[in-house]
Design a protein around this ligand. Sequence first.
Ligand code: CTP
Ligand code: CA
Length: 228
Amino acid sequence: RVLAGRSLDLAGRHVVVSAGGTREAIDPVRFIGNRSSGLQGYALARTAAARGARVTLVAANVALPDPAGVAVVRVESALQLREAVLGAVEGADAVVMAAAVADFRPAARSDSKIKKTSAEPDAIHLVKNPDILAELGERRRDGAKPYPAVIAGFAAETDDVLANGRAKLARKGCDLLVVNQVGEGLAFGTPDNAAVVLLADAEPVEIPRGPKEALADVVWDLVAARLA
Ligand code: CTP
Ligand code: CA
């Protein structure tokens, strides 16, 4: 079955995509955030829907309209994103973690706005957030539901991109890791991306610079092949 030149190879599948970047509250008006625009995650959601999948999109702080035909769950923090993803992957076929999840959050959120005084400010004490992707990998390894059949992550690396990516793939226990080449105006907030997809059990797949939809389609090709 073909729709607009694309096969409906994900028909009957349920996929979960996370997108955007989490915000970790400091007080009612301030947060620690990151530069993720959500464009790559939204491209993944749109292309999966176009290929026939039922799509749940967990969106963290994204200023983009809901893609047509996609169930969108909006979250703010890493802890909320974890709850939403674990809720959504129950019975799902695949998860693609495209969201930039904050590694740390303030240990305590002030209920009142922190005021400027004549004294120097207090330091913000940070604690680790749970690693959602690694947790999904562990759950699958241990057979501890919920976890999906196929697990994919994203990573932005500098320096030794391949070595860092390979170590991360192993540490996270995922099937594929899309390693973005950061820099040269790519990735954050741009329509284009370039990446290499590292696979747990095959040679890397290079994706040349191009629209985020093209990268998304390669990711779904690889996911579909694993589901088949
Ligand atoms: N991720 C996650 N939960 C976290 C942090 C990251 O699920 N608390 C996911 C991201 O969505 C992404 C992948 O893990 O798919 C890799 O994120 P990255 O920040 O590159 O990896 P980290 O393990 O956090 O390592 P680093 O120290 O390089 O930030
Ligand atoms: Ca990180």
